[in-house]
Design a protein around this ligand. Structure first.
Ligand code: SF4
Ligand code: F3S
Ligand code: FES
Length: 245
């Protein structure tokens, strides 16, 4: 016996900054809700069969590249990891806030993360030069795992989009930025002192702007321990500010 396929209503934000005379609006589409369908598959389906002008981003389709993040029923999530069957009622799709809107559901997270990389100088600072004759420096497994944990960020922007501080404060580093800093603080190959980091993030645009709202960790599709990273860096900066480091 054929089960009746349910139709889902999608309400999708439309706006093209190239044609500002057309004001933003919500457009409705209807689609059969197929078993195992993700929002990414649904969007492709809409674009292929109903509206080739719909803009949204994707690359990997496997929760690796971070490019398909959007507000799905008000929550920042990855379109390629979200099943329509996990959502009740109508499905409302909006672009992530905070980031520059490119069109419809597509935003520019790349420039934002590049700026953060430059601002936090997210690379190993060392005087040593590379010597191919030397054997690799050993590192404790537990430390290597901690660094790896921080490196798992896919720069999707979900933590930033869901953070009230980031929505209010234009230059706020956000949890992803603080996570980057934590990664280099714990790396013994990086010769920077706490005061070097304090100059970059010891302000309300950095670690002190965080109000511990925890939306960042709740929204992170990679389940990064962002609260742990935020408290670790804040403690370090606070002690330095109080002259205790
Ligand atoms: Fe995305 Fe998590 Fe990285 Fe934030 S910390 S950008 S939510 S993967
Ligand atoms: Fe924002 Fe996360 Fe802090 S949501 S306020 S960065 S705890
Ligand atoms: Fe790469 Fe969704 S398409 S994370």
């Amino acid at each position: 016996m054929n089960k009746k396929i349910k139709q889902r209503r999608f309400s999708i934000f439309r706006y093209n900054p190239q044609t500002p005379e057309v004001k933003p609006f919500m457009q409705e589409y209807f689609l059969d809700d197929l078993a195992g369908m993700t929002i990414f598959v649904a969007l492709n389906n809409i674009r292929e069969t109903q509206d080739p002008s719909l803009n949204f981003d994707f690359v990997c389709r496997a929760a690796i590249c971070g490019s398909c993040a959007m507000l799905i029923n008000g929550k920042p999530r990855l379109a390629c990891k979200t099943l329509t069957s996990d959502l009740k009622g109508d499905i409302v799709l909006m672009p992530l806030p905070v980031f520059k809107l490119l069109g419809d559901l597509s935003v520019d997270t790349g420039s934002w993360f590049r700026e953060i990389t430059i601002k936090t100088q997210a690379w190993i600072h060392t005087e040593s030069t590379f010597n191919p004759e030397l054997t690799e420096l050993p590192m404790e497994n537990s430390l290597a795992n901690e660094i790896y944990e921080a490196e798992r960020c896919i720069e999707c922007g979900c933590c930033i989009a869901g953070c009230v501080t980031a929505n209010l404060r234009e230059n706020f580093l956000g949890a992803a930025g603080v996570n980057k800093v934590a990664r280099f603080i714990i790396d013994p190959r990086d010769r920077r002192e706490t005061r070097d980091y304090f100059e970059i993030i010891g302000s309300d645009d950095g670690t002190f702007g965080c109000m511990s709202l925890m939306a960042c960790e709740d929204n992170c599709p990679m389940e990064l321990p962002l609260q742990k990273q935020l408290s670790f860096v804040r403690r370090k900066m606070l002690f330095h500010g109080l002259g205790k480091s």
